[in-house]
Write a protein of this length. Structure first.
Length: 274
């Protein structure tokens, strides 16, 4: 983290340099921590987070997936997990995915009924995210992917400031509001001095069943144009695909073709060699 250019102690700004970074428990060690973020909800952030974790596990890495979207958790459903997480009074034990053994922790795993809402204030939600990071028995992990809450509110700020992220991936869709949405996510990352791996455009197109051509039903290059001022680019385009949606609904995301996020994962993998 870069030092602030002023006296943090006498200002009212949220200066990242005066935030103490959380530490892992002594039984855990993580090489690279990657946050997956979006400027708004409903763009497929959890889908991309899950796919990245699956891709990493398929390549033989030991992987963890932290669902930091406390009030809208969807990671367990993607993996078809219904088990409850448990603890020993000191550490919280994650649940492993059925096929690849990805260690997953989510607020849904703490609820008696997964349909129960979590009606908490931001400080409590932020505290739970911190506990998920520090008090979960992750063991030795090559990657921990964090499915961030949408937007730039308290919980997102807590993750950015207190968890030592190595980089983030931004997820967006081709919409008229794309410029404003991406601007918020990019500016927040830059203010926190966190590296951006790149941008994944979800629901970018549909594939014609007859000619196999890509049909950009929302228009093409809107997102790419919005990214130019920041020197960023769309790394992967993910199509709107009914079969993939059905697999997610069935809890079978580990069966989806991960070539959809091949390029962005390659850039994440490069971080291990820096």
């Amino acid at each position: 983290m870069a030092d602030c250019s002023h006296d943090c102690g006498n200002c009212s700004e949220n200066c990242s340099s005066r935030i103490t970074k959380l530490e892992l428990n002594r039984a855990s060690k993580i090489d690279k921590i990657i946050g997956v973020v979006s400027g708004k909800g409903g763009v497929g952030k959890s889908f991309v987070s899950s796919l990245l974790a699956v891709k990493a596990a398929q390549k033989g890495y030991d992987v963890g997936l932290l669902d930091a979207d406390i009030t809208g958790p969807s990671i367990p459903k993607c993996f078809g997990l219904n088990e409850k997480a448990y603890g020993d009074g000191e550490l919280l034990y994650p649940i492993k995915s059925s096929k690849l053994g990805i260690d997953i922790i989510s607020s849904n795993m703490l609820l008696e009924n997964e349909d129960d809402p979590i009606i908490w204030r931001g400080t409590l939600i932020s505290s739970l995210v911190s506990q998920f990071y520090s008090d979960t028995l992750w063991g030795e992990k090559d990657y921990l992917f964090i499915d961030m809450p949408p937007g730039t509110g308290d919980v997102a700020l807590t993750v950015f400031q207190s968890i030592p992220l190595d980089a983030i991936v931004i997820v967006a869709t081709p919409s008229q509001l794309v410029s404003t949405i991406v601007n918020k996510a990019v500016k927040m990352a830059k203010e926190m001095n966190i590296s951006i791996v790149g941008v994944v455009e979800n629901m970018a197109y549909v594939t014609c069943p007859d000619c196999n051509n890509k049909i950009y039903i929302y228009g093409k290059d809107k997102l790419q144009d919005a990214l130019k001022p920041y020197g960023l680019e769309v790394i992967n385009e993910i199509p709107l695909d009914l079969k993939n949606a059905e697999l997610v609904d069935q809890g079978k995301i580990e069966d989806i073709d991960t070539s959809l996020i091949e390029k962005v994962f390659n850039r994440i993998e490069d971080l291990k060699h820096e």
